[in-house]
Design a protein around this ligand. Sequence first.
Ligand SMILES: [Zn+2]
Length: 494
Amino acid sequence: MLQSKVEYRASARKISIYNTLGGEKAPFDPIDQSEKAPRVTVYVCGLTPQDHSHLGHGLTVMRFDMVRRYLMYRRLNVNFVQNVTDIDDKIIAKERSLGINPMEMTRRFTDEFYAQAALLHVRPVDKLIRVTEVVPETIRFVEELIRKGFAYATADGSVYFDVSKKDDYGKLSNQNTSMLYESVRKELDKQKRSPLDFALWKRDETSSLSQPSPWGVGRPGWHIECSVMIHEVLGDHIDIHGGGLDLKFPHHENEIAQSEAYSGGRLANVWMHSGLLNISGQKMSKSLNNFIPLGEGIEYYGSALMRFVVARQHYRSTIDFSDKLFRDNCNSLLEFHRLFARVADAAPQPSLIDDAETTSLMNAFEQAMDNDFNSPESMVVLEQARNKIVASLDKGAEITAEVKHRVGVLRELGHVLGVFFDSLELVETQGLGFVARLLNVEPLKPHEVTALLADRVAARAAKDFARSDEVRNDLAKRGVEVLDSKAGSTWRFA
Ligand SMILES: [Zn+2]
């Protein structure tokens, strides 16, 4: 991977990140103050594998993968940890109603999800940790919270966190306990001291996932699981905690309360939340019947185009997956890959590291990304560089060592955003599939388009304009637009 020339210590200080805690952008300063490649600890809440994962899960991992790749590009030694919530109310409900083995089910959905993430070029996590691996550690953590006076056990064998003992509860979501008290449903749980208190340990003798504890047979509550997994893998103080915006309250608020009550210090320096996903202007939900499993989404839009479209939106924004959004972007992706195919042996050359064109490209790219990972702006920078190179090649410029270097740098900067890993053929195949699905026709293969274009050239040479028009119309019906120029005929997605 291309490395920027900028000294890493100076550059690391230049990355500004929007911190949900406090609601401001601030320069990122790693906890590890080493001069060379300091460690940066990142924890992103992961999957509750009780069903096939959906587009929202895919969106979150793609966005945090981009964050991780950029931190790595800036020579930070990122330790990226994600969890699997394999003990959960919904999983246990399925165990009860369907009689399935919960461990077998959660393994299957977890493996499926990370295989799909790999298709989207999401890097494998450095450490994947499962709740089922840390139940004894959870019991010890809860005991410590009770000992410190932040939690209490009830007569029925559950344990709750006492929100009234944590003065700063609500600081992440900017709510205070009196506001929250107004908003919570007045629960009829007589065991709890306050409706705001949340379960750390739930009594449950029905699940195979339950284990004995000092309070009886039971299992951890959802929020405590993340606090314990972070503590076990990364320690009490981490650099960045991430997750989808829907987890901000109560999940992340409760993680903060538990972890900070336990350690007495701060849990995470930076809280990052990725924006939500809409489908054609509506929130994706099972009740609206627009719930799209990740596998189906990849099949429909194509993995390369999906990753490209996600990089074109800021990670904090709500993204609206609509056919129009994908249609609007498919030709830009195609143009990048046409250039990569045209300059086939493009690669960054160490001897050309001072090339003025690439230096200014990298500077503009980094300036955008240093500003809270502004990938849409950095993508515009890449598009402008692409257009400039294509225009000069179209005018007859030779493919020199400099051109190969520039195209190589362009492609590697794209890799930082998670794009441009695939071949032109795959991009064309997936794109032809997508436009054909929009038109409800059989998709063409790239070699079929090439053959039809050759047919048309032959028809035109023979002055058979009826046949030439017929081919053009047939291609249009399959989502392919023919472009004629002095250099010959080419095509793009219609
Ligand atoms: Zn979590």
